[in-house]
Design a protein around this ligand. Sequence first.
Ligand SMILES: NC(=O)c1ccc[n+]([C@@H]2O[C@H](COP(=O)([O-])OP(=O)(O)OC[C@H]3O[C@@H](n4cnc5c(N)ncnc54)[C@H](O)[C@@H]3O)[C@@H](O)[C@H]2O)c1
Length: 263
Amino acid sequence: MSLENKVAIITGAARGIGYAVAKRFVMDGAKVVIADVDDEAGQSAVDDLKKIGEVTYVHCNVAERLDVRNLVAETLNAYGDVDVLVNNAGIVVGADFLELEEDDFDRVLSINLKGTFLCSQAVARHMVEKVQNGGEPGTIINMSSINAVLAIPNQIPYCVSKGGMSQLTKTTALALAPHGIRVNAIGPGSIMTDMLASVNNDPAARNRILSRTPMERVGEPSEIAGVAAFLASPDASYVTGQTIYADGGRLPLNYTVAVPDAD
Ligand SMILES: NC(=O)c1ccc[n+]([C@@H]2O[C@H](COP(=O)([O-])OP(=O)(O)OC[C@H]3O[C@@H](n4cnc5c(N)ncnc54)[C@H](O)[C@@H]3O)[C@@H](O)[C@H]2O)c1
């Protein structure tokens, strides 16, 4: 088990991609802290995953510095260490450019981008201290998106946040490389979670997605968890500052592909 006895914090892990990463990490032997704002879903995730391994829930709004500080303290209290941080918490607010509210712009940026910075800095302080005391360096994984590169006109703050995450991943990787701490990102394409539900229930929207997906299907959260497991493992020991796009071929595609069962 590649993550045997490692301690991992995963934000936004009460459901969706974060939950799949938590499940994979527990299966790979890690002790996992699920950090989320949805306490009910978080507790239910813990109840499920406790059947297969060690897992605990901490309430944490990643946009709040004191919550983040408490998250690291609770993790150290429970498990004595943090080896892996997955910055997965994220939200989408759709609005036309001319209608977009300032508060919505700020909210998305503060959760998706500033939250990643706050969690990374708080965890990195612990990781650097550990390295200075002779311990093993840890690793950080940011959940980016193909929207770090591709733009959607009515998802402005989301695309901006993921574009920023690309540079945040690189700058953090360079800052922490001298300590042996690796920082990478995953850029999922369209993945079957609640975030995608509205699109997936609308045949026209689904066909638009599939016409831009050479693999002719949306991805499963477990397929993103597999990339996270690789990046967290010693197999990725020389990989840092990268974003791995798991998108069924969308980014390399110019034009569109035929959708087999389109109406
Ligand atoms: N689903 C996709 O197609 C897709 C594609 C590309 C990238 N992503 C990224 O993957 C990540 C997870 O997406 P998902 O589809 O699983 O979303 P989701 O909406 O299913 O789950 C997001 C989780 O984050 C939690 N959360 C929201 N705000 C939070 C906050 N302030 N602090 C802590 N937790 C908070 C929610 O309670 C929820 O449990 C996001 O960063 C998203 O941008 C998703």
